[in-house]
Design a protein. Sequence first.
Length: 351
Amino acid sequence: MKPLVHAWPSEGIEHVERCPVCGSSGREQLYSGLTDRVFDCAPGRWDLYQCKGCQSAYLDPRPTPRTIHLAYETYYTHQPPVARSTERMSGAKRLVHALANGYRNHRYHSDLEPANGLGPYVFRLLPRYRKRLDRKMRSLPPPKPGGHLLDVGFGSGAFLLDAQRAGWQVSGADPDPVSVMNGRGLGLDVRQGGIEAFEDFAETFDVISLAHVIEHVHDPVGTLKMAYGLLKPGGLLYVETPNIHAYGHVHFKEHWRGLEIPRHLVIFNWESMTKTLKKVGFTEIQNLSIPSPYVNLAGKSRAIREGRDPYRFARKTLGDRFNGVRVSLPFLADGRKTEFVALYARKDHSS
């Protein structure tokens, strides 16, 4: 895989004089001359800096909002969700699938089929696999009557459909017109754009989800402020985003899959995300214990380092699997170095 290195349009580049997270001008360069080695569609070479204040990382220069679409020509969210068929599954896989559906129906009040009623009891004994199922549902609380959820950057629409089956009234925003067309074809209430597409819905939503979105936006703090304004008092914001302090980044450096230049404009860490949410006004911040995707990202990062397509040639080694176990053990792992920051933050009830 040879990355595109011809220049980004000169009129489509903007400079970033201060950290987009904390506003500090102090910084150090992490990498220079980075190219798109994940989806192999974005032109240009890019420099990544780390803020000396909050330790977040950010691109400078970066694509402008008007031209950033050039980095998404072959992005994976263009495809609608594909329902899993159990017809070709082996007997064992069908049983696991039914047990998983049984757990999700019990935990999230959905109506998935086929379902096995033993699922809640089986997955209680398998916490690692249970957390994988919870991550797919973003650990949603039970919906209140009329509970309204907004997924920003809904992509394929798979999560919106899952949340809808669990009893939520759902809406979505995505800048990709193909995703919006697919979402409407699924009967979903979706709008094209970022979170600002719902700016006329003040204090409407019980839950807003920003799953692997905040790293893509030009004004992450403004996005979090808008989310705060769109939530009802007591509402929840879900955030999941790459962590610049991750074990994977420490090991693979500029080849780490989580960088995804130039689509990822800003990369937080646990501390910078938590402080920013508190500054915006959120309270009761809950760190979510999601399964570490270290092994999966390590395979993709190795492919990037070898100049291969990370989605076709990811090679997971025994060492990756060992490290994956090690970084998941509470008594060995540093919680600040998980591959992703994942948390819930609550809007104050008195707001």
